[in-house]
Design a protein around this ligand. Sequence first.
Ligand code: FES
Length: 170
Amino acid sequence: MKNKILDFSTLDQSLLKKLDAYIDALEGDRQEQLIHVLHHAQKLFTYLPHNLQLYIAHALDLSGAHVNGVVTFYSFFNEEPVGKYTVSVCMGTACFVKGADKVLDRILKLTNTKKNVMSEDGLFTVKDVRCIGACGLAPVVTVNEKVYGNLKVKDVDAIIESCRGDEHVD
Ligand code: FES
């Protein structure tokens, strides 16, 4: 990787400078802090496109494959642009047996999108995720940081509408 000519000119250079400053300030073994770096990068860029993953790999002297393996393992990392609202539907066992698949279908229909693809209006990205540790509330959906539990399919409409409602100031 070190000898390869890498072109990062398509990335926002001012954000890259901020990322560099963050990496430079890290103490201890930088490679072991890959997840922190990825979190910070996603906060800055809102998602982690492949050339940004390569940039991070280069900066931490890791392989691109290693970085991509970590990004794709954790559902909270996004390789594609994300909507203002990330709607995560837990598909762990407890949620699944309580109808999470129907909840997911309804959300996809209401947002008119597919899993992991930002809706055309830029508002929503819908994901299915592994158990988020709130099985007692199954089925569970999160919208950004907010958690909705004991959901029924009919509850979903109001949640999506409230997100849309936040966009309109009448
Ligand atoms: S299975 Fe959904 S929160 Fe655990």
